[in-house]
Design a binder for this molecule. Structure first.
Ligand code: SAH
Length: 389
């Protein structure tokens, strides 16, 4: 075996890997590597090699499993092979969309690495010191596999600070335009890789938009519309759509996106969705199709209580506006709101709403955002389609 820095972990640390989770915390490391961030070989106390890990000297998450074969060499060829395999899994999406996630970090066995494809350009996030050490190998492999014209690093998330890394947006290769036109099952929209939310758009709801879009009808409502992605899918089937967002800037883009698709049946309203729904209820308005896709109300565990009240209230108000037979798609992207609690919240909102609601479908993350059952952190998006009976 080639000589690389070593770490020794406690039985509890080793147990994390046998249990299918890639993280070993600082408190479970018995001997730390005498090395900068990068790949290290991990041993148990009996000197049994357990595998190779990305080592983050400053983080509470010290070691992230990257390769179970402890004798492997993590070189350019290794990155190319691992990334090629991960990217090949997305092939089924190519026919229907030009933007999707190529690498979903831990979900794809590539911890702390995110890579989203927007047509001919890539946006990456290197979210640990260990992965940052391989930025050039990763970029080279991504260019050779995808033929991308440019790679942008959206390294602005706050978790970079826990790794002792700066927060910045940086061009890593070629050129990346300010706006990229994306095709999502026939709906075209402009993504904003440099400045948009996450890496430029919310790719994780792609298939859910199609799902509710396919059954949309009558008068439709899209709450928390952002750039109008749900609204446009609804507008293809429904008679008319009202799209609500509190951000005027987001609605300008949403309007331009609607125009791009020749959709003239969407009305954009700048408002607080909570207030708007309350007023609509007073005015006895009714909708046949409603989408509620709010931002993450629970940013951490401590805020879960308030967040739950927010989810309950917004869902309750939306439910009350459903006309008989009406359909509602509702979602939460808060990691801290677990699936069971999401369902409980819907049950409680439904019983307060005075409506008889059928749970038609439970939805989650698409193929390109794999949620691994033994790694809860890879899953965050939950959705449901409800029908008013
Ligand atoms: N549904 C969108 C993503 C929504 S992101 C999609 O599929 O792409 C959340 C959006 O909610 C943001 O655009 C933000 O401006 C908006 N927002 C946040 N709080 C709000 C509120 N109280 N009322 C209305 N919009 C709000």
């Amino acid at each position: 075996m080639t000589s690389i820095p070593e770490a020794v972990v406690s039985p509890r640390g080793a147990q994390r890997w046998t249990g299918g989770h890639p993280w070993i915390f600082r408190s479970d490391v018995v001997r730390f590597p005498d090395a900068e961030a990068g790949v290290v070989r991990v041993y148990d106390r009996a000197r049994m090699p357990l595998g190779l890990a990305l080592w983050s000297p400053k983080s509470e998450i010290s070691l992230r499993l990257i390769e179970r074969d402890a004798s492997a060499t993590i070189d350019a060829a290794w990155w190319r092979a691992r990334l090629a395999r991960t990217i090949a899994r997305r092939r089924p999406l190519e026919g229907s969309a030009s933007a999707f996630r190529l690498v979903h970090g831990e979900g794809d066995g590539l911890p702390s690495l995110v890579c989203d494809r927007y047509d001919r350009w890539l946006v990456v996030q290197l979210l640990s010191a260990g992965i940052e050490a391989y930025r050039s190998e990763i970029c080279e492999a991504l260019v050779s596999i995808t033929g991308a014209e440019g790679i942008l690093a959206r390294n602005d998330p706050g978790i970079r600070e826990k790794e002792g890394l700066p927060r910045l947006t940086e061009l890593l290769y070629g050129t990346v335009p300010q706006e990229v036109e994306v095709n999502e099952h026939g709906v075209r929209y402009l993504a904003a890789p440099w400045t948009g939310q996450k890496t430029g758009a919310f790719l994780d709801q792609r298939e859910n938009r199609v799902r509710i879009g396919a059954v949309a009808r009558g008068r439709a409502l899209d709450c928390f519309s952002y750039h109008g992605s749900f609204a446009m899918h609804l507008a293809r089937q429904a008679d008319s759509v009202i799209a609500i967002d509190s951000s005027a800037e987001a609605l300008v883009r949403a309007g331009a996106n609607a125009q791009r698709n020749g959709l003239s049946n969407i009305e954009f309203v700048e408002a607080n969705a909570f207030d708007w729904l309350r007023d609509a209820e007073r005015a006895k308005e009714r909708f046949e199709t409603i989408v509620v896709d709010p931002p993450a109300f629970a940013k951490n565990r401590a805020s879960l209580g308030n967040a739950l009240r927010g989810y309950h209230e917004i869902n309750l108000r939306a439910m009350r506006l459903l006309s008989p037979g009406g359909l509602m798609f509702t979602a939460s992207c808060s990691y801290h709101l677990t699936k069971p609690r999401f369902l409980e919240m819907l049950e409680s909102a439904a019983s307060d709403s005075g409506q008889r609601l059928a749970l038609r479908e439970l939805l989650g993350q698409p193929l390109d955002h794999p949620e691994i059952l033994s790694i809860p952190e890879t899953g965050y998006l939950k959705g449901a389609i409800l029908e008013a009976l």
